[in-house]
Design a protein around this ligand. Structure first.
Ligand code: PGA
Length: 227
């Protein structure tokens, strides 16, 4: 079965030209399904079959300086949008805000990728981790059809640190999210690279990956999307 691999470019690269070059170097007909999430400001400049956004606002229009609505994203051909990423939660996004974003995205038929894992620590056992995730999943999914949402388990300590969770731990958490919340597709994210990606993709309940740093290195990312 094809896996879903999301490239989260975060605040990279520096220019539109560089973004176009990066996108052009990604294999469009890879074995797995790749989605590129460039910075919002470059979305209209990128030519790739599947585009995602890194975040959105929950209102459609109005006096909301600096925000981007799902309606605007839709007009650029965006099919997916990350919500609740740890780097957004770290600057103040709450579960209620994440829930409002999910609602707004679904209204415009953009598939939300709900990230959970902020607030977890490397010392926690599986049970302690699920305790943290329950709050983010329960509040984030309030009133939402879970079948329309993709979840991404991203333990915050693994993001951008070079210290990934074990595939076995990620599989257990994916199974928990699936069985307790009814979400069918669960991704793993956090220091995924060309060397460790396969271990996650072999897990039966992990439907794909959310890749940050390595998605900026075409040689590595092309390997990941072709496993
Ligand atoms: P990383 O980031 O792959 O650089 O750890 C993943 C993410 O933040 O989505």
């Amino acid at each position: 079965m094809k896996k879903l691999i999301i490239a989260n470019w975060k605040l990279n690269p520096a220019t539109a030209d560089d973004a176009q070059k990066l996108a052009a170097s990604i294999n469009q007909a890879a074995k797995n399904t790749a989605v590129l999430c460039p910075p919002t400001v470059f979305l209209s400049r990128i030519n790739f079959p599947r585009l995602g956004a890194q975040d959105c606002f929950w209102q459609e229009k109005g006096a909301f300086t600096g925000q981007t609505s799902p309606l605007q994203l839709k007009s650029l051909g965006v099919k997916y949008c990350i919500a609740g990423h740890s780097e957004r939660r770290a600057v103040g996004d709450t579960d209620e805000m994440v829930n409002a974003k999910l609602n707004a995205l679904l209204e415009h038929k953009i598939t939300p990728i709900l990230c959970v894992g902020f607030g977890t620590t490397v010392e926690q056992d599986d049970l302690e981790v699920t305790d943290v995730l329950k709050q983010q999943l329960g509040a984030g999914l309030a009133g939402i059809d879970p079948l329309k949402v993709i979840a991404a388990y991203e333990p915050v300590w693994a993001i951008g640190t070079g210290k990934n969770a074990s595939p076995e731990h990620a599989e257990k958490i994916a199974l928990f999210i699936k069985s307790k919340y009814g979400i069918k597709k669960i991704l793993y994210g956090g220091s995924v690279n060309a060397a460790n990606a396969k271990g996650f993709l072999q897990q039966p309940n992990i439907s794909g990956l959310l890749v940050g740093g390595e998605s900026l290195i075409p040689g590595h990312f092309n390997q990941i999307i072709n496993f």
